[in-house]
Design a protein around this ligand. Structure first.
Ligand SMILES: NC(=O)c1ccc[n+]([C@@H]2O[C@H](COP(=O)([O-])OP(=O)(O)OC[C@H]3O[C@@H](n4cnc5c(N)ncnc54)[C@H](OP(=O)(O)O)[C@@H]3O)[C@@H](O)[C@H]2O)c1
Length: 244
């Protein structure tokens, strides 16, 4: 059985990825903050075809809770074919007045949690890569187009997403030769709760679909271990290509 751990799985992009992997028969560990939300999702994933799904509520800002998520996956499945680092928080505001407590929270959730989870998961990912000479094991991080191209008002969010782009490159350099490859997906606006604040200027029906991001994840998961794609930027059709 192929297995994956997915953060931010209760809603939006993470939920789309989880449902797709369940339909493909993955064993899953899913997490988000709300116990009731993630428990409900776990049942839906089993109904969708996952032979085994375990769940645990955790706040990505709680660094101490993160190794336990990986341990839960390891105790349940023994190895990990894919780590999907998807949970994120969106924050906007100009540099001159951005509150530093929001800075800390955004860095913790969007970057530090990703680093801590990857570090904790590497033994399980290496084990899966050893057992799968064709595909190896994958880390996929949900970055943003604002990490690739700076955007006014999104300094902190964009910087955390740029950090993920760099981290995926480094994971590839350090782990790729032994079969653990890493990719960042960097979309413009995707139609989810997170982008609801901008629908007066970017209509929801023009945004990237969750299903498009899921299709990219599935493509990455199907690549052989011989190929690394460190980043994929996804633009809204008709937008500049350098703007969310
Ligand atoms: N939507 C976009 O336009 C867009 C564009 C580019 C990149 N992204 C990135 O894609 C990823 C998913 O975004 P989305 O649009 O699917 O967002 P979303 O619909 O707001 O869902 C966010 C998910 O992350 C979880 N989450 C949020 N804060 C958390 C925390 N502190 N600890 C644990 N879980 C937390 C949420 O669950 P709970 O609330 O239950 O905890 C939820 O499952 C994010 O990293 C985001 O930055 C989104």
């Amino acid at each position: 059985m192929r297995t994956a751990l997915i953060t931010g799985a209760s809603r939006g992009i993470g939920r789309g990825i989880a449902l797709s992997l369940a339909q493909q028969g993955y064993g899953l560990t899913v997490t988000s903050r709300s116990e009731s939300g993630i428990a409900t999702l776990a049942g839906q994933l089993r109904d969708a075809g996952s032979p085994m799904t375990v769940h645990r509520a955790a706040d990505m800002a709680d660094r101490q809770a993160l190794p336990g998520l990986v341990a839960l996956h390891g105790e349940t499945f023994g190895s990990m074919n894919a780590l999907i680092v998807n949970a994120g928080v969106g924050t906007a505001g100009p540099v001159d007045s951005f509150r530093t407590d929001r800075l800390d929270k955004t860095v913790e959730v969007n970057f530090t949690a990703a680093f801590v989870l990857i570090q904790a998961a590497l033994p399980l990912l290496r084990s899966a890569a050893d057992a799968d000479p064709a595909l190896g094991a994958k880390v996929i991080a949900m970055s943003s187009i604002t990490g690739a191209y700076a955007e006014s008002g999104l300094a902190v969010y964009g910087a955390t997403k740029a950090a993920l782009l760099s981290l995926m490159e480094t994971v590839n350099l350090e782990e790729g030769a032994r079969g653990v490859t890493a990719s960042a997906i960097a979309p413009g606006y995707v139609e989810t709760d997170m982008s609801a604040w901008v629908t007066d200027t970017v209509p929801a029906d023009t945004m990237i679909r969750v299903s498009d991001v899921v299709a990219v994840v599935n493509m990455l998961l199907g690549l052989s271990r011989n190929t690394s794609i460190t980043r994929i930027v996804m633009s809204r059709s008709g937008a500049s290509g350098y703007h969310a």
